[in-house]
Write a protein that binds this ligand. Structure first.
Ligand code: NOJ
Ligand code: CA
Length: 542
């Protein structure tokens, strides 16, 4: 059943070191059957867009059986495709079509928690809550797969510790029989107990199931969260979600998670074709993040420090240096990412209320990212210059973090609005009828169809940049060197290549670095010098 990959650049060893990986948010990419929800057949039919864009791989967000309490990151059965998205045959067909097009396929695996509708959790709830002999915990073998604990207070009416859910509110929910269970995300997402060998065995088997179907790797959800500190100690302060990026918490980035990743690496390596593991890991520093990509652990980790960096040359310079140094210390490539399904789209972040400004910066940021050494992740729609949709009415929102308030950014629906493909009105070719979140009227000029062939469009900018990235031997994996530049500007060189970035709000003049390859906004040349437009990036052959 496994379909071999068409030989392309991606057939090389270490293909992942500089791969451009395109994130498909399954529910919002393309709908084949008119229910307004994206699905696997819809994706399969639209894969030529991703191949023509010049990506090396697609990453698909979860499409497994799920009550969809958190957009499919609440999995009820890891080996079943949710009927909302299709069938296992559709998944197999999607994988083989991708391979025929020279695209690898990475799927999500969600090992930190299951859905509360998973057979294991239902069995745990059904189990008698009386403490098993010799243990202070509530429950028996089924509850041992999760974190069940008695409450505090005279009647156990208080949560077992002070941990907060990333989505807001306490990280504990009380069951009808009085026991509490841990959920770092929504109550419908109980955390698994990775100290239980049964959990390890089950996930090894799940990985083998999908590897057998031909997937080229896994994006590992909450890869930093599976192991909790012994004894589940209190933290002693509030607003814990805000600390994730700056300090080690007893539920995140515990050293024990690395044993799990080592085991998975051995499993991945036992398959032909360099199957990869990508950590969605939040670590307090680039150094701690680099631990996830040591040679015997995962291949890549998302670089959220880059994603979170403001539009500021000094800050970008520092984040790029820190990222490269940290991954170099373990011999891994760096990854770069600007947007995903959990954050406000970068156009809107950079624009801070001015979409025209945001677009100029987003185009420049794309060229910067694609010129840096390592691998890059693109989020569907960024190649169209899509902004965040900030005007969604509350009654169409589905993000659980919105309803639990204070969590994450609380508004993750605005980056998940379905893709506009063609035509002059919603759903813009997304499917035969409707879309699960409304698309703005202004998107008619942003469709793939409208932008194709327009040399000034963002889509053609991405296509050209990705084509150049494949052609130029100096791009992708390798080294870079900073060159001196004026305040607000960044210049770096790679073999035969230079990249200039102007983050200021005015033109910047400099000696022409070489022959212009591509620019996010046309530079103006005069005798030996060039004026770089405000908020722009250019690539040069040197
Ligand atoms: C990270 C995923 O990207 C996000 O969408 C999800 O809500 C959490 N992990 C919990 O699974
Ligand atoms: Ca559908």
């Amino acid at each position: 059943m496994t379909q071999e990959l068409t030989p392309t650049r991606t057939a090389q060893r270490g293909w992942w070191r500089d791969a451009v990986i395109y994130q498909v948010y399954v529910r919002s990419f393309a709908d084949s059957n008119g229910d307004g929800i994206g699905d696997l057949r819809g994706i399969r039919d639209r894969l030529p867009h991703v191949a023509a864009l010049g990506a090396d791989a697609v990453w698909l967000t979860p499409f497994y059986a799920s009550p969809q309490a958190d957009g499919g990151y609440d999995v009820a059965d890891y080996r079943v495709v949710d009927p909302l998205f299709g069938s296992l045959d559709d998944a197999a067909e999607l994988i083989s079509t991708a391979h025929e097009l020279g695209l690898r396929v990475i799927v999500d695996v969600v090992p930190n928690h299951t859905s509360d509708q998973h057979a294991w959790f239902r069995a745990a709830l059904a189990e008698d809550a009386a403490p098993a002999e010799g243990t202070e915990r509530d429950g028996g073998a089924a509850r041992e797969r999760y974190h069940f604990r008695p409450g505090r207070g005279a009647d156990g009416e208080l949560p077992p510790n002070d941990w907060e859910s990333v989505f807001g509110g306490p990280a504990w929910t009380r069951t009808r029989d009085g026991a509490w269970y841990l959920h770092l995300f929504a109550p419908q997402q109980p955390d698994l107990n990775w100290r239980n060998p049964e959990v390890h065995e089950e996930f090894d088997s799940i990985l083998r199931f999908w590897l057998g179907l031909g997937v080229d790797g896994f994006r590992i959800d909450v890869a930093h969260g599976m192991v909790k500190a012994e004894g589940l100690p209190d933290i002693g302060s509030r607003e814990q979600a805000k600390m994730i990026g700056s300090q080690v918490l007893p539920f995140f980035d515990q050293d024990g998670v690395h044993d799990i990743h080592r085991g998975w690496r051995r499993l991945l390596d036992s398959y032909a074709g360099e199957r990869i593991g990508v950590a969605e890991a939040w670590a307090p520093s680039p150094e701690r993040l680099a631990l996830y990509v040591r040679p015997d652990e995962l291949h890549q980790a998302f670089n959220f420090q880059f994603l979170n960096c403001p539009w500021d040359a000094t800050a970008m310079h520092a984040v790029i240096d820190a990222s490269l140094a940290a991954t170099a210390s373990v011999g891994a490539p760096t990854t770069w990412v600007l947007s995903n399904h959990d954050v406000v789209r970068h156009l809107t972040r950079y624009g801070a209320g001015d979409d025209a400004l945001g677009l100029r910066r987003a185009r420049a940021a794309a060229l910067l990212m694609l010129a840096l050494p390592g691998s890059a992740y693109l989020y569907q729609g960024e190649e169209l210059g899509l902004p965040e949709v900030t005007v969604l009415p509350d009654d169409v929102r589905q993000d659980p973090s919105f309803f639990r308030s204070n969590g994450q950014d609380g508004l993750r629906d605005g980056c998940r609005v379905p893709m506009p493909w063609s035509g002059g009105e919603p759903p813009y070719g997304f499917g035969p009828a409707g879309s699960w979140l409304p698309q703005p009227d202004t998107w008619k000029s942003l469709t793939v169809e409208a932008q194709t062939g327009d040399p000034l469009s963002t889509l053609e900018l991405y296509r050209s940049a990705l084509a150049l990235r494949r052609e130029l031997p100096g791009l992708g994996d390798g080294e870079m060197e900073w060159q001196e530049s004026a305040e607000g500007l960044l210049t770096f060189t790679r073999p035969g290549f230079a990249c200039t970035l102007n983050t200021t709000d005015h033109e910047a003049e400099l000696a022409t670095p070489g022959r212009l390859l591509i620019a996010s906004a046309a530079p103006v040349f005069s005798d030996g010098t060039v004026a770089l437009s405000a908020d722009s990036c250019a690539w040069w052959a040197i």
